[in-house]
Design a binder for this molecule. Structure first.
Ligand code: ZN
Length: 244
């Protein structure tokens, strides 16, 4: 039934700071909705899917509890809504006013960008990534130990430098040497790979949302570096505010 719907316009890619958007429901499948365009980031690359609200023209508000790409067609983005049996189900063609939970998303953007800075400090393949609203972590295939105090100092130095962050799109074939995460193919959508660059510091394919300048990240701390296996080290980060 969704075969005719080719894609959801992913407005979060080029407008990560947009908090509200008008859209139209294209399809309803149980508690999941497809929109013609969206600002809700779908789970991916270690970054959680966005939450928020969809408000119908009659004022009824649907709570979005998660957002995810369609497993069979990643260009379709599903919004999972909390349903109430007494409500009329939303239906295709209805207009919705979308609002994301901005506080949560902005923290994801800040931590996600911080993990790019961590990537630039550690010369080893990335084997795992996880982002939350209060912390983040990266795993590296790194045999040698690293001092977490030095990591903290270097991260905050890069943050304080106020480095600009930009993204652009390129051909998948041109970026093989820049892929940092082993065993995970870079996100290719509509034939192009999205590249993210922290000026002079980090350049890699990434489909997540980032802040425009590293100063927005704020002071962070590397809370621990754990040896998870012979060649796997986990770096855990949080904001200094969280441990003060
Ligand atoms: Zn990223």
């Amino acid at each position: 039934m969704t075969a005719a719907i080719k894609s959801t316009e992913p407005c979060f890619n080029d407008e990560p700071y947009t908090r509200a958007l008008e859209a139209t429901i294209l399809h309803v499948d149980g508690d999941q909705l497809l929109l013609d365009r969206t600002i809700f980031y779908p789970t991916g690359g270690g970054q959680p899917g966005d939450t928020g609200t969809l408000t119908l023209a009659d004022g009824r508000q649907l709570t979005v509890t998660d957002t995810a790409r369609d497993p069979d067609n990643p260009e379709l983005i599903w919004h999972r809504v909390a349903t109430d049996d007494t409500d009329d189900a939303p239906h295709p063609g209805q207009a919705v006013h979308c609002e994301i939970d901005w506080d949560r998303r902005y923290r994801h953007m800040r931590m996600h960008t911080c993990l790019h800075l961590l990537c630039s400090l550690i010369d080893a393949p990335v084997t795992g990534c996880s982002i939350a609203a209060d912390k983040g972590r990266l795993d590296f295939d790194l045999p040698d130990p690293v001092d977490r105090i030095i990591v903290t100092e270097k991260l905050n130095h890069l943050i304080h430098q106020g480095l600009d962050v930009r993204h652009f799109y390129t051909e998948p074939e041109s970026i093989a040497s820049l892929v940092r995460t082993e065993a995970v193919s870079p996100p290719v959508l509509q034939g192009a790979v999205r590249m993210v660059e922290v000026t002079g510091t980090d350049l890699q394919p990434c489909g997540g949302t980032h802040v425009q300048n590293t100063r927005e990240i704020g002071p962070v701390i590397c809370t621990k570096i754990q040896k998870k296996s012979k060649t796997n080290r986990r770096f855990s980060l949080t904001w200094q505010d969280n441990v003060a």
